[in-house]
Write a protein that binds this ligand. Structure first.
Ligand code: 2P0
Length: 347
């Protein structure tokens, strides 16, 4: 990573920034770590970044703070919580680059359900890295920013980029970063997210994928076939080949869920509405609509649609029994500093 830059311990007057980042949905899935300490993925993943959902994060470094102070969706995080420790570790990496020990006040808000399989950690850590690095006046390259985000949460490395992004697999100790594959304008796919259950998931991804590597008999085959899937997806995106991307994405999703379901204890993220939504997508495909499904570590069904098909698909999914609501989105841009002042939700 880049050379350390010294920040004055007293120059705190303007050390605040707000950033926005969008969640992403992997089409070729990440599930498994080559290095659990450095958080290096064992498989390459390819994602699309959504524009309709966002995290906004305000970071203020303050010489008066004895410790980082963290507020997520209006709730103060206990310093000993897992989320707080991950956020502080991410800030520590940036403080090391800046050569400062200043503590930070972090206020972050998601406009979508947190920890429900909608990649809130992806947009959250991407926004945190952009906001905190800007507040510290660090001029990070996208590669360095992506490495720091990946160490916090691998999917966050992808949310730094708009459109289509890839996070390559790494070996133990390898500090990999995501790369942008294409902009949203290259192929403006549309997404309809069928919310099949609200609320946090039963088992988080981080522990789940460690358990999968240790116990699923399908895990070795999953890792062996992932690189070919990612390479083929890159080509399909480059050529805007919807049927090929659809086939690869559904296969990657179902392989990942086969690994999840054969993990001990089993990771069963689907519910009845999930299955009904999948069947509805199958029927739409049979009717010639260009749509495919993907799911993550939660019950929500994400329908990825060819440009122009999103409205029809969203309407169909909204009528599926058990689907409480449908979010629609186009593809979004990269994580970025925003000018709107943070109004403060805590204190
Ligand atoms: C993905 N997921 O590629 C996959 C599919 C969930 C299922 O990336 O342990 O929260 O923080 O690196 O990034 C969710 O995993 O996991 C994820 P950590 P992260 O989108």
């Amino acid at each position: 990573m880049g050379a350390a830059k010294r920040v004055s311990q007293t120059a705190v007057g303007d050390m605040f920034t707000t950033a926005a980042a969008h969640p992403n949905i992997a089409l070729i899935k990440y599930w498994g770590k080559a290095d659990a300490i450095l958080n290096v993925p064992a498989v390459s993943s390819v994602s699309i970044t959504l524009d309709a959902l966002a995290t906004e994060t305000h970071v203020r470094f303050d010489g008066m703070l004895p410790a980082d102070s963290l507020c997520l969706n209006g709730n103060t995080l206990a310093p000993t919580s897992n989320q707080a420790r991950r956020i502080t570790a991410c800030l520590d990496a940036l403080r090391a680059l800046a050569g400062t020990g200043l503590r930070a006040r972090v206020e972050t808000h998601n406009d979508f359900p947190t920890a429900a399989g909608l990649a809130s950690s992806a947009s959250g850590f991407a926004a945190l890295v952009v906001a905190a690095s800007a507040a510290l006046k660090l001029d990070l390259s996208p590669t360095t920013a992506s490495k720091i985000a990946r160490a916090a949460s691998a999917s966050a490395a992808r949310s730094l980029f708009g459109g289509f992004a890839e996070l390559p697999a790494g070996a133990a100790g390898e500090d990999v970063a995501a790369v942008g594959l294409a902009s949203a304008e290259h192929w403006p796919l549309e997404v309809a997210v069928a919310i099949c259950a609200e609320g946090p998931k039963a088992v988080g991804s981080t522990q789940g994928m460690i358990d999968s590597a240790a116990t699923s008999p399908f895990y070795p085959a999953w890792v062996e076939t992932a690189a070919a899937d990612a390479a083929a997806a890159r080509t399909a995106i480059s050529e805007r080949d919807f049927p090929t991307l659809a086939s690869l994405s559904e296969s990657s999703c179902l392989k990942m869920h086969a690994v999840m379901q054969t993990t001990r204890p089993a990771l069963l993220y689907w519910n009845a509405a999930t299955m009904a939504a999948l069947q509805r997508i199958r029927h739409m495909q049979q009717d010639g609509i260009e749509v495919f499904f993907t799911m993550d570590a939660g019950p929500q069904v994400k329908a990825v649609c060819a440009p122009g098909a999103g409205g029809e698909v969203a309407a169909a999914l909204a009528s599926v029994p058990g689907v409480s609501r449908v979010l629609t989105s186009g593809l979004g841009g990269p994580a970025r500093v925003i000018v709107s002042p943070w109004d403060g939700r805590c204190d």
